[in-house]
Write a protein that binds this ligand. Structure first.
Ligand code: HEC
Length: 126
């Protein structure tokens, strides 16, 4: 009986380790939770591996964010905020089909605040 409990515990810990390692590699850990959620709902359809638009993928691929160089990240952070504030991203046509992907003013502000903070952090770290 005791042995079984030990095995269950060991198995559980192994599973947890496995899960945390794998989760650590997904976008959820690359971006703060609320930023990741915004990007997922409004941007991922076009800007992640597997999306159809080559132009969008060339511009930015959020699932590869962690692999980008710091200079590229800083440049993109500025553009992300600009695009969103000017209402260019997500594209209007897309929103006509998927109005639920429209960003609220609060989300735009949240995303832009983060892009500024994140660029500052990256500049200081390098
Ligand atoms: C319907 C598909 C689609 C969605 C959704 C979308 N984009 Fe894009 N995005 C594109 C395409 C296509 C391009 C490249 C052509 C262009 O610049 O218009 C692009 C380009 C960009 C660029 C580069 C602009 C430049 O001047 O080089 C940025 C930054 C960007 N998108 C950010 C975002 C962000 C942030 C979101 C979510 C808030 C988003 N996009 C949502 C299709 C999309």
């Amino acid at each position: 009986m005791k042995k079984q409990i030990v095995w269950i515990l060991v198995g559980g810990m192994g599973l947890l380790l496995f899960l945390s390692f794998n989760l650590g590699r997904t976008a959820d850990k690359v971006f703060p939770e609320e930023i990741g959620a915004i990007l997922k709902s409004s941007c991922y359809d076009c800007h992640t591996t597997g999306a159809k638009s080559k132009d969008a993928l060339k511009a930015v691929q959020f699932d590869l964010w962690d692999d980008y160089r710091v200079t590229k990240k800083i440049g993109l952070l500025g553009e992300i905020c600009e695009m969103v504030e000017e209402g260019k991203m997500p594209p209007k046509k897309y929103l006509e089909h998927k109005p639920d992907r429209k960003m609220t003013e609060a989300q735009k502000k949240q995303l832009c605040d983060w892009t500024r903070k994140e660029s500052e952090r990256l500049m200081q770290a390098n």
